[in-house]
Design a protein around this ligand. Sequence first.
Ligand code: C5P
Length: 246
Amino acid sequence: MSGPAAAGGSAAGSGPDPRVPVVTIDGPSGSGKGTVSRLLVRHLGWHLLDSGALYRLVAHAGTLAGLAPDDEPGHARLALQMHVLFDPDATGEERIWLADRDVTAALREEAAGAGASRVAVWPAVRSALLARQHAAARPPGLIADGRDMGTVVFPQAQLKIFLTASPEERAQRRYKQLKEKDSSVSLAALSREIAERDRRDATRPVAPLVPASDAIVLDSTALDAAAVTERVLAHGRARGLWGVVA
Ligand code: C5P
C-alpha cells in the first residue's frame, strides 16, 4: 500500500471499489501470510495491504504521542489522522513512514505486535481504520493480509485464504525473522508472547481471528512460502481470477 491510499484516512468510507478484485490472506502470526502475500504481489503486480502494520502504527503513534495505554478514543483519533506512507527505499526494501519518521525497524519488534493486539480489540480503532483499508483496493487488484480481511473488511473478496501452521512452527519462523535483527530474542519467551497474542486475537468480541465461512484453509506447517503461493495461484486460476499468465 503506497501513495495517496496510505496517506489518507477518512471516517466516511463508502466501501471498497467493487470492480477491483481482492484476495484475502488471513491467519495467525507466523503462519506465513506476510511472505506469501508479498510473493503474490510480486507475481501478479497487484497492490498489498499489510493491515497488521496499520495496527502496529496506531500503537506506536500512541506511544510517541504519550497517550495512556487505555485511551481508546485517543488511539482512534490517531488511527484516523496519522499520516502514513509505505514506500520502498532505493534498494527496493519496504520502508514505513509515520509523518517524517522512519518507523520500519520499530514496527517489526514483537513489542509492536503486542501493542497492535492491545489496540486492535477496540471497536473505535477498528472502524477508524476501515476507510483506509478499503482505499487500498485499487486496480489491477489487491492482496489483503491480516486477521479479518475475509470476514469484515473485504467480505465480498473473490478468493479468501486462511493460513495456519502448528504453534511450534510459527514460533520458530518468528524467531528466525527477529533473530536476524536482535540477538537477544529468546524462543521460549517469543512462544509465550505469540500464544498470548493469538489467544487475545481469537477471543476478542470484535473481528476475532476466525476463517470466513467461504475461506480455503491451508496448513503451511510442512510447506515453504513458494509452495503455498503456488497453491493460492492455482485456486485463483481455477476461479478465472488471473487467467493463464499467473
Ligand atoms: O500481522 P501482524 O503481526 O503485523 O499484526 C499485529 C496485530 O495486529 C495482530 O496480532 C492483531 O492483534 C492485529 N491485527 C488485527 N487485524 C488485522 C491485522 C492485525 O487485529 N487485520
